[in-house]
Design a binder for this molecule. Structure first.
Ligand SMILES: C[S@@+](CC[C@H](N)C(=O)[O-])C[C@H]1O[C@@H](n2cnc3c(N)ncnc32)[C@H](O)[C@@H]1O
Length: 249
């Protein structure tokens, strides 16, 4: 059971405002390339693929086959159809894939939704070929103060929710129990929107986001007011967020 219900309204909001513009993902492209060593014919399982932002990016960037596994029918319906991306109903703890059939697993902003991370790690171990990597894009409460990064700097009560996400240590332990060891960890920047655009989208953003949905109405409105004031002094530059890329093998 995910922390929020990814129904039609949530999926449409996610598609509208949560996919990072491709131009803002340049550093991710290079970080993934370094750790994945992509080559034609490789198959990557995008677990919790959502609306397919990364599944389609992997196809465009690296010309790979992507198995986009996603439990929510509403999210799956938002994944653009293309020959290289096979969309499958499934859950991290029950992957619809044969043993030893996949060259890498990618999990972006998913692990906090997985109720039993050890069970998911065992399942990922089962479907990966020996020696294949797991790449995780995530923020960890023991790594960075989320409330000092955009957009959480405007919503300090976000820490109440982000503090309950799996820590880096818990994540590594869950995967270690399934035979993976930590190979690399790096912070990767991504360029989101201007502050003014974020303010214009924040109500839609709220519908799609686990962290903002964890705020009370009053906390959300206070944050929106902070944001409104900041927009008055802000320039047109695009805001940057940082997330971690954890590589396990
Ligand atoms: C925040 S979205 C991230 C989507 C996508 N990975 C991205 O980065 O754009 C989280 C996704 O995880 C999916 N999810 C929730 N629980 C899951 C589970 N147990 N196994 C796999 N995916 C899950 C949700 O349905 C949702 O699409």
């Amino acid at each position: 059971m995910a922390r929020i219900t990814y129904d039609d309204q949530t999926a449409a909001a996610f598609k509208a405002v949560r996919e990072i513009p491709r131009a803002g993902l340049g550093e991710w492209r290079e970080a993934i390339r370094r750790h994945l060593n992509p080559s034609p014919g490789m198959t990557v399982a995008d677990i919790g693929a959502g609306t397919g932002a990364f599944a389609t990016a992997f196809d465009d960037w690296f010309d790979l086959g992507v198995l986009a596994v996603e439990p929510s029918a509403s999210m799956r319906a938002q994944i653009p159809p293309r020959p290289a991306v096979q969309v499958l109903e499934g859950d991290a703890a029950a992957l619809p894939l044969p043993d030893g059939s996949v060259d890498a697993a990618w999990l972006s902003l998913v692990i906090h939704h997985i109720p039993d991370l050890e069970a998911a790690a065992r399942e990922i171990r089962r479907v990966l070929r020996p020696g294949a990597p797991v790449l995780i894009r995530q923020g960890y409460p023991d790594r960075a103060d989320a409330t000092r990064t955009f957009p959480w700097e405007f919503f300090p009560e976000a820490a109440r929710t982000t503090g309950t996400f799996p820590s880096l240590e818990q994540t590594c332990q869950a995967f270690a129990a399934a035979g993976f060891r930590r190979e690399a960890l790096e912070s990767v920047p991504e360029k989101l929107t201007t502050l003014a655009d974020f303010l214009a989208q924040v109500d839609v953003y709220r519908r799609s986001d686990t962290i903002i949905r964890g705020l009370t109405e009053e906390e959300f409105l206070r944050g929106k007011e902070r944001l409104r004031r900041a927009v008055q002094d802000a320039g047109p530059e695009t805001r940057t967020n940082w997330l971690d890329l954890l590589v396990l093998r």
